[in-house]
Design a protein around this ligand. Structure first.
Ligand SMILES: [Zn+2]
Length: 292
């Protein structure tokens, strides 16, 4: 089972501003309107890449960027395609009622995770305004996927890029399943250290596993293996910023060429299966257990 743990929902003419789309797509070689993917096209891309399931993300940056991909939109897509998506809500702790909106998205809309974008919202992920959101997520037993690392968005605040900022959050919410998006690229060592320090902290490999040179990717995975945290890494694409078929192929290639690895040991089949979906399924199962 292949699970893409980081897929953005949204339609270009309906959700995003053209300025944001231009900034985000500039380095991908794709046109700005590729930021939005029609539903049938996304499913076709998943099928072509052999992706069975995806974490589908809402995106609330209304206060700073003037747009959002609403929780309802993601919930509707999940309903139309049962089994294909797990919907992640998005809320902004800088606006009133964020925790209540998260609870509504989970209990009424059926979403089963939270995506946050602290640096886009010009807030630290450790800002106290997030704490009742984290508290609610912990109580609901849902994973929280936090953007960490670089973004080309011009309004984002680089002070809030580094993954280390999540350390106090992991300490204050020991029952919360955090996922550091993009392995905190370029601060990947710091992200892995956070996984080593906190047993419920995870990370996704979106963007990192495709855009960084293969030796950089294998060095990080070898380090994850040394730290014993490989089983908390989740493959993902950050669709539409990276093509699913390309990224799946690159991950497959990591199982076969020892020369690309610092220790000469390529990914085992078991490690590959965990990265490509096993760890993601595990994350959702633990959420289900809390939910009862
Ligand atoms: Zn993303």
């Amino acid at each position: 089972m292949i699970v893409d743990s980081h897929v953005h929902a949204g339609e270009y003419y309906r959700h995003f501003t053209s300025a944001f789309a231009a900034e985000m797509m500039a380095t991908t070689g794709k046109p700005a309107d590729a930021l939005g993917t029609p539903e049938h096209e996304l499913l076709a891309q998943m099928d072509a890449a052999g992706v069975d399931h995806a974490f589908l993300l809402a995106f609330d940056v209304q206060r700073v960027e003037g747009f959002k991909v609403p929780n309802e939109f993601v919930a509707d897509m999940c309903r139309r395609h049962p089994g294909r998506f797990t919907g992640f809500a998005s809320v902004d702790a800088g606006t009133a009622g964020a925790a209540a909106e998260l609870r509504r998205a989970v209990e009424e809309l059926g979403l089963r995770g939270l995506k946050t974008a602290p640096c886009y919202l010009r807030m630290s992920p450790a800002d106290r305004r997030w704490y009742d959101v984290y508290e609610t997520a912990q109580e609901l037993g849902i994973p929280v996927l936090v953007h960490t690392g670089y973004t080309p968005a011009k309004k984002a605040d680089p002070r809030y890029f580094p993954p280390q900022l999540l350390d106090p959050v992991a300490r204050d919410f020991p029952g919360l399943r955090l996922v550091l998006a993009h392995l905190g690229t370029p601060w990947t060592d710091a992200a892995l250290d956070l996984l080593a320090r906190h047993p419920l902290v995870h990370a996704d490999l979106s963007i990192f596993s495709w855009y960084r040179p293969v030796p950089t990717v294998t060095a990080a995975l070898a380090q994850a293996r040394r730290l014993g945290v490989m089983d908390r890494l989740l493959w993902g694409t950050d669709h539409p910023f990276c093509t699913m078929t390309d990224s799946v192929e690159r991950m497959r290639s990591l199982t076969s060429d020892p020369g690309q690895w610092p220790d000469g040991v390529p990914l085992s089949e078991a490690e590959h299966a965990s990265l490509m979906g096993g760890a993601a399924a595990q994350l959702l199962q633990s959420a289900d257990r809390v939910h009862g």
